[in-house]
Design a protein around this ligand. Sequence first.
Ligand SMILES: Nc1ncnc2c1ncn2[C@@H]1O[C@H](COP(=O)(O)OP(=O)(O)OP(=O)(O)O)[C@@H](O)[C@H]1O
Length: 692
Amino acid sequence: MGGKCGLFQYADGIDKLLMLLGSLGSIGDGLMTPLNMIILSSLIDDFGTADDSFSNKIVDEYALKLLYAAVGVGVSAFIDSHLPSSPVSIRLWPDCSFFLSWRLALVSFPFSLGFVIPGVAFGSLLMKLAMKMKDTYGIAGSIVEQAISSIQTVYSYVGESQTVSRCSRALEECMKLGLRQGFTKGLLIGSMGMVYVAWSFESWAGSLLVANRGESRGRVFISAVSLVLGGLSCIAALPNLSIMIEAASKIFELINRTPEIDSEDTKGRVLAYVRGDIEFKEVTLSYPSIPEVQVLQNICLKVKSGKTVGIVGGSGSGKSTIISLLERLGLVNQEPALFATSIKENILFGNEGAMVVEAAKASNAHEFIVSLPNGYNTHVGQLGFQLSGGQKQRIAIARALIKDPRILLPDEATSALDAESERLVQDAIDQVSQGRTTIFIAHRLTTIRKVDKIIVLQSGIIVETGFHDKLMQINEGGGGVYFNMVKLQQSTSRNTTDSPYHYKEATSYLRGQYDNTSKFPFFARSSWQNSPGNTPFSPAISTSYAPSIQTYSFCDGDYEYSEISNSTHQRPSTWHLFHMNAPEWNRALLGCLGAAIFGALQPAFAFCLGSVVSTYLINDSSKLKSEAKLYSLMFLTIDIISFFANLIQHYNFAVMGERLIRDCGYQQMLTWYDPLLEIECPCSFRFLLVLP
Ligand SMILES: Nc1ncnc2c1ncn2[C@@H]1O[C@H](COP(=O)(O)OP(=O)(O)OP(=O)(O)O)[C@@H](O)[C@H]1O
């Protein structure tokens, strides 16, 4: 344990001292109940043999003993680790029962295991179910998360019903697991009723020991109490122990992991000055996931410091792979990732105290930044969603520039932009690439006409090299690869400009097709134009729809919708909420019934337990035995009732809870389509009704 691989491998001296103090405290804390038990056993004996001499003096004596025990335990508990049940106390319970009455402890020991075994078995089953449920809820959650983060795409492809049904399928799976979990929980807590079986046996066996063997009444009774409590402590502590061991092994696995590429490794050559010359010498590369495919084959490429190179080629030809091999040198991605902070912080990333405005001016970003209400302090939002693609790219260029890289690698930086943004970004790149080695990847071949060298890639092989005019002159068999790419792009761009079929119309057409067939009322009114989700992008259109907003309620599996004012919506009446809960009434009643029965068993159990103590004090041994038998039978009856009461209670509440979670999740999916509505989800009221 204390060795290099043990549980305490990362503990220093202070940690070990604290753990030692904690352990000592734990021993003291664990002594509390056995000490009390020993004191109480004497008290019961003295009470049983009491005559008129059972005076205040004896009472004072026991009160003082208990006070001393309490002070000692209080001090120990203060320095204890405060685990719900420390291993020390578990260890002391059985010791105490053996000390008080070894015969009873010996014969009753199997009964203690009787409720430890089902506890451990059902407990681990519950744990497995909980892990499965976590994964399944994770799937449902990721569907929602993905849909929300790409809400515009979901809208424009009319993917609402598909997304809702995917999410509800995942939630159905969660519900099935939840029901199994409820049933197992019922079995687990029901099987805890084995504690009554232990009581049943111990009160009967104890009566025999008192009547036939003349054992001390107090010691026999308290020995039985210790045995039961010892078993219960085991059950309470086992999950803690297993969680501790499991957590420790996972943490150590993480700490001990040796990454293949260690970014903190100081070995290797550190260049004092990067001139900017790049050379690929017969580079061949395969990705580990597909080792048989050579993504780059025998690449030889020389770029002199300060020169510009353009890499072109079809999709999957290996352009980005070349750039990936050169990363960390000043990269401008296709989709630049901005951080959810201000523009200034984004530009400064990795280089505090640099000239932000100069970098923004050089990247053509200054003008648009100062036109924003908060200028350089404008928050760009998560991943920069509050900025246009071109604006993001110009900020990314400023960020790259601020590091003053010798090598700049713009990866299709202008591929997703309109003509005006493309011009601004291209100007920025042209400006900042002056005096730096720059390797462009561009799908729009017009952007690399002026570069010093163009590399044409096909399936990871360089098939042509040269500047634009030279490559355009290759005319073998209908032209070279680059020549054909340029021609194809020219004709495609002409066709696109001539086409009257615009994106918005295409989208409206697409939605119209689906809207007619949609089975959800939501989608019937959910057109591109009046969609509240579309508001930020088309305010003029959406305001004309604003006064009338629709909402939905989920009732007996059917959707109702009604028009309400967007400013006022009434809170539903309590009766209405009860009515909405109608499908759950029978489950709620059964669950409450189970809970009430189990609750009622506790006073019955307390009565039986108290009666057993009184019975042990009877001097007539045959009466003692017959009464003890009666209470023994009563404990058994309590056990059986408790098992079924718990099963009924936990299963029915699980059914109810899981249905509510499913419905709420489902309702949530419908609600988030309309960010403006802020409908209070009716199911949340149902939750509130259930939770108390
Ligand atoms: N991480 C990876 N694991 C396995 N294969 C990969 C990985 N990244 C890329 N590839 C494969 O390597 C090949 C080259 O990919 P690469 O991204 O370099 O092409 P590209 O020319 O940049 O394509 P595009 O123009 O579409 O971005 C492709 O066949 C791709 O499927």
